[in-house]
Design a protein around this ligand. Sequence first.
Ligand SMILES: *Cc1c(COP(=O)(O)O)cnc(C)c1O
Length: 344
Amino acid sequence: MTDYSDFRSDTVTRPTKKMRECMAKAVVGDDVLGDDPTAQELEKLSAEIMGKEAALFIPSGIMGNAIAVKIWTQELDEVIVEERSHIYNMESTQMTFISRVQPRPLPSDRGAMDPHVVEENIRKPNVHIPRTSLICLENSHNNWSGSVVGIENVRSIKEIADRHNLKLHMDGARIFNASHAAGIPVKEFAEMADSLMFCLSKGLSAPIGSMLVGPKDFIDFGRRIRKVLGGGMRQVGIIAAAGIVALTDMTERIKEDNARAKRLAAAIAKFPGIVLNPDEIDTNIIIFDLDHPQYGIPDFLEKLNVQRILALPTRGGIRFVTHKDVDDTDVDKVIAAFQSILGS
Ligand SMILES: *Cc1c(COP(=O)(O)O)cnc(C)c1O
């Protein structure tokens, strides 16, 4: 696949040379027994960066979201989610499967739910009605083309959550993309959330893993749930070592991905048949629709494939994601391919 320009997702990023070196040299223990120093270092560093008491290294982002839902809810509860969110659409019903709670999806303006609508949808339980116990936000918002949910919106929703004694969990799989785009430190977003999950294995380029951060008692309980879900790992310092490099060397680089996506969006939006408002591209995900007399989405993707360009079909069209392993040359290649297919 090396001659392909792979825009399918930022999950395709390969670990850096330094990551592989640190993995090879990592000091390890048995993390289930609690003595893997490298995993502990990664957890400490993550908690510091996010300004939280504690952190837990987890094999995937979904496990982090699932642990948070499990801890912040009880059976018979309801969870407010945004209708296009990953937690509601892309996690194979983990909320109902693992925690036996019901999601209550609400509409939004590109990922930002109206605080009044959130408040109206908080339910007080009676014999017929579930209790609302948790609100989940996503930032950046994957299925809204990587939009940033602004800090003011997050703050308003957090105030409502506090007033009604609800918890707020943030799915911050790409919180560093959101932070750079908003010009607001990740800590400020994290401060608005009782718990936050972020991925090491996307733009940050680590091969495996995500982090869950929050209060110490939450993380202690989370460690037990992680074990039950099959996420207890032994000499896990080998992969945690790459996570440490991700957090020390790779967070600033995310800016480049956001900038490249903006450049790509501005260029392709000009071609006939491309339905895209480039001003809506905040971070590294571009979702656009095709309205073309000759090509449907599968034909168009096939045409790109012939030119050694990979992208994915998604709800609402086609998705291009920028990341460490696509550079300006790859972006130029895509623009040239659009020119050759759609001409103008
Ligand atoms: C990728 C992603 C996750 C977690 O995915 P895993 O594949 O389980 O690591 C969660 N939320 C969002 C918004 C994501 O993009």
